[in-house]
Design a protein around this ligand. Sequence first.
Ligand code: FAD
Length: 126
Amino acid sequence: TSPLGSQANKDELGRATWTLLHVLAAQFPEEPTRSQQKDVKTLIGLLTRIYPCADCAKHFKEVVRHDPPTVSSGTELQQWMCRVHNVVNRSLDKPTFNCNFVGARWGALDCGEQLACDMTVGRPRK
Ligand code: FAD
C-alpha cells in the first residue's frame, strides 16, 4: 500500500472513479427520467467540487465547464464520459481512447438476478 497523497494512490482513485463513471453510463437508460438526468448532472457537479484530489477536481471543473454532461440518453452519456476522460488523458500525456469502442470496454453490470440492476425497473410514470 502507498502513503496517502502519493501518485500511486491518486492513480488508483482515478481508475476506481472512471470505473464507476463508465459503468454508470453503460447502465444509464436510453430514455432516462428527468430525475435520473438531474442526478447524473448533480453527481458530476459534485465531483468537480469534492473529488478527493483537489488539483484533479479543479481541472475537471474546467473540462466540464467547456463540455457540460449530455444526459438525454445512455448513448449520449457514454460518449460524453469517453470524451471528458480523453481530455484528462491528454492533459496527462496518456493515449486517448477510441470512443467507438466504449461499449466494448465498459458494459452494464451483470447482477446475476434478472433485472436486478436495471435502472428502468420501478421507475415512476411520467
Ligand atoms: P485510467 O485513465 O484510470 O483509465 C482506466 C481505464 O479506462 C483504462 O485502462 C482504459 O481501459 C479505459 N479508458 C481510458 N480512456 C478512456 C476513455 N476516454 N473512455 C473510456 N474508457 C477509457 N490524475 C492526475 O494525475 N491529475 C489529474 O488532474 C487527474 N484528474 C482526474 C479527474 C477525474 C475526474 C478522474 C476520475 C481522474 C483524474 N485523474 C487525474 C486520474 C487519471 O485520470 C487516471 O485515472 C490515473 O492516472 C490512472 O490512469 P490509468 O492509465 O491507470 O487509466
